[in-house]
Design a protein around this ligand. Structure first.
Ligand SMILES: [Zn+2]
Length: 163
């Protein structure tokens, strides 16, 4: 039985205590992800280590899930495994965020406030989902829609003219 993850946490306080957070969230809890999923059953595995990098609070680890997206070509299910490495630096202002090296993503948090762990996990998963999901070699082509051959409404007129 995996540990129950906290829904909300104070990342700075967690970093100071070097907390390690491990467990699972149900995919059905990921409301922003819902539109992208064909199947909402399943779990997201979360493994995050909080700690300090100098004065900055950091969150490192990974977020993993086996998702079922919808291929935008054939509209059939598309199994998609997301394994996102997390490397977040907790910042209080946009200016601080701009100073971070490229390898660290900013997590903007006002001092002393809690953040939603589900939101963090969702953001990481969304980064691992293609904008337009598609089977690698989906050769489904749009079926030719049978258009009944209907004479142009004025075709008859033209014929009359010729006569
Ligand atoms: Zn497809």
């Amino acid at each position: 039985m995996p540990d129950r993850l906290p829904d909300f946490l104070d990342p700075v306080a967690f970093a100071e205590k070097n907390r390690h957070v491990r467990g699972e969230f149900a995919l059905s809890q990921m409301d922003r992800l819902a539109d992208a999923l064909m199947v909402r059953q399943g779990f997201v595995t979360v493994d995050l280590q909080f700690g300090k990098d100098g004065r900055m609070s950091c969150i490192r680890g990974c977020v993993e899930a086996s998702l079922v997206l919808q291929c935008q070509c054939c509209l059939e299910p598309l199994p998609w495994v997301v394994r996102s490495d997390v490397n977040l630096g907790v910042v209080a202002t946009v200016d601080e965020a701009l100073l971070l090296p490229d390898s660290i993503d900013p997590l903007l948090v006002r001092a002393g406030t809690e953040v939603s762990l589900i939101d963090i996990v969702q953001d990481e998963l969304m980064l691992g989902i293609p904008v337009i999901p598609q089977h690698q070699d989906c050769n489904f082509s749009t079926p030719a829609i049978a258009v009944p051959e209907r004479p142009h409404p004025f075709a008859g007129l033209a014929q009359l003219k010729i006569k």
